[in-house]
Design a protein around this ligand. Structure first.
Ligand code: DC
Length: 246
């Protein structure tokens, strides 16, 4: 991926630090009085189900921060970057154009003008993403980009360090968990090759922004919850949230 251009993107009405392109159909940007709900937890703990439900009920933008890390893992693989060499990674990041765009209320990620969203669950991406996400240069690169999304929309953002590092001031934080066996079973059922135990170990033990339960988070253990039970647990939080914000 040597050409650093994004000229095949349909440019739209507004962009700012996040690089986020807002089409005219999206909400007008507002300054940072936007509400952030954070959801953290290990792989296959139910964060995406919960996050999508909350976001759609509230009309907020749902953001999977893991998609950002996956997009970089895809690009690093494509560009044959040696992730064991921090200087090479930094030089590569300095030239990388990562560009989010909302299309039909879903966030798509473009790298150098190409929509990489369809590749984010590739097996190679899944195996590379945790070691890449452990690099401070990579985390710094994404931190400002993730934060600045909140300048434009109310957000439900899920990931590993969203309530602890990206938005530690968020008034609503959720931490979702499930047993390692149950999470491996879920991935296998989805037909996805994903060594969740290894990924969790890497995500929890890295020095930079490890996965932790953020202070003040509501913890939900979904080990014995069906999807509809999880939705119900989320709806209870939603009700509290709405009562508090009346
Ligand atoms: O949520 P996910 O499985 O798509 O995330 C992929 C990887 O990205 C995850 O194993 C670790 C990394 N990640 C991270 O380090 N910090 C985040 N906030 C989100 C994801």
């Amino acid at each position: 991926m040597n050409e650093r251009s994004n000229n095949n993107l349909e440019l739209s009405s507004y962009s700012n630090d996040s690089g986020l392109e807002l089409r005219t159909s999206n909400l007008e940007p507002t300054l940072r009085s936007n509400v952030i709900i954070t959801i953290d937890g290990p792989a296959a703990s139910g964060k995406t189900i919960a996050g999508r439900r909350l976001a759609s009920r509230l009309g907020y933008l749902f953001v999977s921060s893991g998609h950002y890390y996956r997009a970089l893992a895809w690009a690093a693989h494509h560009d044959q970057i040696d992730v064991s060499k921090p200087t090479a990674v930094q030089h590569w990041l300095d030239r990388l154009l990562l560009h989010p765009q909302i299309i039909e209320d879903a966030l798509h990620l473009f790298i150098d003008g190409n929509d990489v969203t369809p590749h984010l669950n590739n097996t190679i991406v899944t195996s590379l993403v945790s070691p890449l996400a452990a690099l401070p240069a990579v985390r710094n690169f994404l931190l400002t980009r993730l934060r600045s999304l909140a300048d434009q929309r109310n957000l439900v953002m899920e990931g590993r360090d969203i309530g602890s590092v990206v938005f530690p001031e968020a008034p609503w934080k959720i931490y979702m968990d499930a047993s390692p066996e149950e999470r491996a079973r879920r991935r296998a059922k989805e037909g996805i090759i994903d060594n969740v135990a290894q990924r969790d170990q890497q995500d929890k033990t890295r020095a930079a922004a490890p996965l932790v339960i953020p202070e003040g988070a509501i913890v939900i253990d979904t080990t014995h919850l069906s999807i509809s039970d999880t939705n119900q647990a989320i709806d209870e939080i939603l009700e509290k949230f709405q009562n508090k914000n009346k």
